[in-house]
Write a protein that binds this ligand. Structure first.
Ligand code: ADP
Ligand code: ASP
Ligand code: MG
Length: 403
């Protein structure tokens, strides 16, 4: 089999752990498989580099930020390859560019457009273990880009797709996907399997165990994706098609996203097309808007509230400002101390009363729900940030996920 193995930040967090990764790779090779490895930077490294950039500028040039951030993954890829060669396992380290990864030009959140796997394939055919620096690529002009936080997951899935690998394993510090973040609710249970759809919702709604774009791509390319621990032999969680899952609980998991901010637009001109203009402007900047709430109009104006990721709030404020200047919005207000808790499950499609049960669980804890949004397979609630963990545990227990 050809297996792509991705090791996250904690798994390559120091030199001993990189050696541990090398040993795991050796084991897989000894079982007779071909291996391509994708690595993250050492844990904390990307944050450290961002802080370095911000030491010099509050708004550092994104092209330079990308060149800087891509270095973290190059360090671990080279070190792992050195370790593998030393163990007598021929290996070659590659940057995103050398691995043939071409992306859009949107620095710090580029999308993969195309992968030319020929260099990787050549090395594999020559019997080498390819070790790719995750999280990065180059745009058409050859400028280094990065794929958004957690983007090494996406590198791994995209490479697995391009090489038509049999399996893509994501090694991390938990031994699979749990019913909720086990750091918040120790009673969380590991799932044997989860559907792409549910995993995509959980990841998009804050479960950082997998980057959401990586799940989207795995679904699109039909990549067999497994999440497991690099510190134990435990079987992981298979992320697969809905039809491969026997049991469909109403709710499969609870997600928490504390990096959300609420934007309130007051006195928005009430005319056809205004919402389209505002949200198109936000979309052009790739700002992920969620939970939109418009109140009933009177006096020819209306109020619109929505949430954005905290790290995109400044960007959103600038866009709102331009509408205020044009006289389309009277005033705006922002709140960063909010969080979004969500329940996700494909079983919701055929069950009534799921939202009501979630609201009752919040009520029982005296947690005020500020905003609500639902889809076929999720219910999200915006609450005060200080109640985050309580809310997660309340929902986890209300839907008996600990049973
Ligand atoms: P890596 O550095 O390996 O990419 P991450 O820190 O990005 O690892 O993701 C792993 C973390 O995701 C876990 O330590 C856990 O706290 C968190 N997490 C959040 N939700 C879940 C969930 N439903 N199941 C498992 N882990 C989760
Ligand atoms: N090092 C990057 C980050 O911290 C990418 C990754 O780890 O997947 O976001
Ligand atoms: Mg991650």
């Amino acid at each position: 089999m050809l297996i792509v193995q991705k090791f996250g930040g904690t798994s390559v967090g120091d030199l001993d752990r990189i050696q541990n990764v090398a040993n795991r790779v050796q084991k897989t090779v000894n079982e007779g498989h071909q291996v391509v490895v994708v690595v993250s930077a050492m844990s904390g490294e990307t944050n450290k580099l961002i802080a370095y950039a911000e030491h010099f500028s509050a708004t550092p040039s994104v092209a330079e930020v990308d060149m800087l951030l891509s270095s973290g993954e190059r360090v671990t890829a080279s070190l792992l390859s050195i370790a593998l060669n030393e163990m007598g396992l021929p290996s070659i380290a590659m940057t995103g560019r050398q691995a043939g990864i071409v992306t859009t030009s949107r620095h710090t959140k580029a999308r993969i457009e195309n992968i030319d796997p020929s260099s990787m394939q050549k090395a594999i055919n020559a019997g080498k273990i390819v070790v790719v620096a995750g999280f990065q690529g180059v745009n058409e002009e050859g400028m280094v880009t990065t794929l958004g936080r957690g983007g090494s997951d996406l590198s791994a899935v995209a490479i697995a797709g391009a090489l038509k690998a049999d399996l893509c394993e994501i090694y991390t510090d938990v031994d699979g996907i749990y019913t909720t973040d086990p750091r918040i609710e120790p009673k969380a249970k590991k799932l044997e399997r989860i559907s792409y759809e549910e995993m995509l919702e959980l990841a998009s709604l804050g479960a950082k165990v997998l980057q959401n774009r990586s799940v989207e791509m795995a679904k699109k390319l039909n990549v067999n994706l497994v999440t497991r621990s690099s510190f134990s032999e435990a079987e992981g969680t298979l992320i697969t098609k809905e039809e491969n899952i026997m049991e469909q609980p109403v709710v499969s998991g609870v997600a928490l996203d504390r990096n959300q901010a609420r934007v309130s637009l007051v006195g928005v001109t009430d005319r056809p097309g205004i919402a389209a203009e505002i949200f198109n402007a936000l979309a052009l900047e790739e700002i992920n808007v969620d939970v939109i709430l418009q109140t009933v109009a009177h006096d020819g104006t209306t109020n619109i509230d929505f949430t954005v990721p905290t790290n995109e709030l400044e960007n959103a404020k600038n866009i709102v400002k331009s509408f205020v200047e044009k006289g389309e919005i009277k005033s705006s207000d922002y709140n960063e101390s909010i969080a979004k808790v969500s329940i996700v499950g494909v079983g919701m499609k055929s069950h009534a009363g799921v939202a009501a049960k979630a609201f009752s669980a919040m009520a029982a804890e005296n947690i005020n729900i500020r905003m609500i949004s639902t889809s076929e397979i999720k219910v999200s609630m915006v609450i005060e940030d200080k109640y985050s963990e309580l809310a997660v545990r309340a929902l986890h227990s209300a839907f008996e996920l600990d049973k």
